[in-house]
Design a binder for this molecule. Sequence first.
Ligand code: 5RP
Length: 223
Amino acid sequence: MQQDLAKKAAGEAAAAYIQPGMTIGLGTGSTAYYAIMRIGELVRNGMQLQAVATSAASEELARAQQIPIIPFEQVDSIDLDIDGADEADESLQLIKGGGGALLREKIVAAAAKEMLVIMDASKLVKQLGNFPLPVEIIPFAWELTFRHLEQSGASPVLRRKEGKIFITDNGNYILDCHYGRITAAPELHRQLNDIPGVVENGLFLRYASRLLIGYADGSVRSL
Ligand code: 5RP
């Protein structure tokens, strides 16, 4: 499919930013998949590097590709985080969490010197908010947190997968919150993280250093 070709182009282009010896943050999702596969090739061709993963799924994929995964207690710093996005604007503000890994993704992004965002061109938007904002919440009294989020102007939907409540790698739930156009992202970010029960939200406002935008013809634009 056309979108997959664009994701592949962006994911594989990330490899050009990797230097031997780096510690890499491995993102989560179908675009990060292509980056991880390419990084696996680099490793099998002899490049020395190490990585941390933002989800159990990415860790499993990376290990299968022979990418050395190190525990976080051995991490001094992360040189380059490579991750996807659900939406990005031209100021490099992001919505993430469509794959449910936003909390670990944000922890890794915050620890990285640089964050490279890999995405197909459909993810680039004028204003964030068409994609429902994922908010990770603790399961305890989640109905009260739900109501708080409703009061913040969202229409939250408890995420489900195959008919069951979706559980994150951290044992939490996700509420997908549709706000329409998000005009004051920093205020919304603060407001959401102030709600008891909210662990983290999917607004990534000051982490991305560069967007690699892939197209179905295999070309990639850097922003
Ligand atoms: C996972 C994420 C992903 O990066 C985001 O959902 C994009 O996924 P994909 O590359 O599959 O479109 O934030 O939590």
